[in-house]
Design a protein. Structure first.
Length: 287
């Protein structure tokens, strides 16, 4: 799903631009002290650095105020936990084209019974099934982890995993409840019955023509969950009606052609999500 992954994966932490104000719980600057857009920027950047090699991810996370970074990997299903004295963020890696396990997860659009009600995407559920025991063990292995605020994020396949895993937390035998979920370029994960039951505080970021957000198709019974945060053809956060949305999608496609890009794929790149959300943190000029 993510053509950009090999580029990010080969970079070093000092090559990555990070613009979020670092978390500093000792001085009252934890995640909850940020407004919604600055939270989204932080989670987008954590989703981005999750593509780096583990040692580089750790260095980048330290710059964002997370003193403990742990990498989880089981049969190609991968996630990070980023922790400090106040918060734990679980960020899932998106699709890696050289990982057959990820490719299988993307194309397996058959439905599987969810732990709650309804059905979820079988491939995405399998990815969560692989890594969830490791995450659950982390949360219960240290009592202080249960006292921290828990957040979930991810890009592409990682976004689907974050959504499913956050819902699973509500059913876990341990006392965990996600504060918030932010996903970027996430596909649809389940049926209408499932998404109406698995309720979490969820913000789903969509960049204009991002093709991954349109899969799996609605005619197979899949629906999106959460509150959509739509970035228009200019990369600005907008609420558009159906007619305006259609015109904006066409506008984005034309802009892509002028830039010699296929808009449906370039809009999926995590760098674009980060850049556009960063622009939203700045005051808008009048007019």
């Amino acid at each position: 799903m993510d053509q950009q992954t090999p580029v990010i994966a080969n970079q070093q932490a000092n090559q990555i631009t990070l613009r979020s104000a670092p978390c500093d719980p000792e001085n009252g600057h934890d995640i909850n002290s940020k407004d919604l857009i600055n939270k989204a920027l932080l989670f987008a950047e954590l989703s981005m650095i999750a593509y780096l090699k583990p040692e580089e991810t750790e260095k980048a996370a330290l710059r964002l105020g997370f003193t403990r970074t742990t990498f989880y990997n089981n049969d190609g299903s991968q996630a990070y936990s980023f922790a400090n004295d106040q918060d734990i963020v679980i960020a899932f890696r998106g699709t890696e084209p050289n990982e057959w396990n990820d490719i299988k997860a993307d194309i397996d659009a058959t439905k599987a019974l969810a732990e709650t009600v309804g059905h979820v995407h079988r491939g995405f559920k399998k990815e969560v099934d692989d890594v969830w025991p490791l995450l659950e063990k982390m949360l219960i292995s240290h009592k202080q982890n249960l006292d921290k605020k828990l957040w979930f994020t991810g890009h592409s396949l990682g976004g689907a995993m974050a959504s499913i895993c956050a819902g699973r937390c509500l059913l876990s035998h341990i006392d965990t409840r996600p504060e918030q979920v932010h996903t970027f370029g996430s596909p649809r994960v389940g049926t209408k019955r499932y998404i109406n039951h698995a309720k979490v505080d969820y913000y789903r970021w969509v960049n204009n023509n991002d093709i991954v957000t349109r899969t799996p198709p609605v005619w197979l019974g899949y629906r999106h969950a959460g509150k959509e945060m739509y970035l228009d053809a200019q990369g600005r956060l907008k609420e558009l009606n159906a007619v305006q949305r259609k015109a904006d999608l066409w506008k984005g496609f034309v802009i892509g052609l002028k830039n010699k890009q296929i808009d449906h794929f370039s809009d999926h790149l995590i760098d674009n999500y980060v850049d556009y959300i960063y622009e939203e943190t700045k005051p808008r000029s009048e007019g």
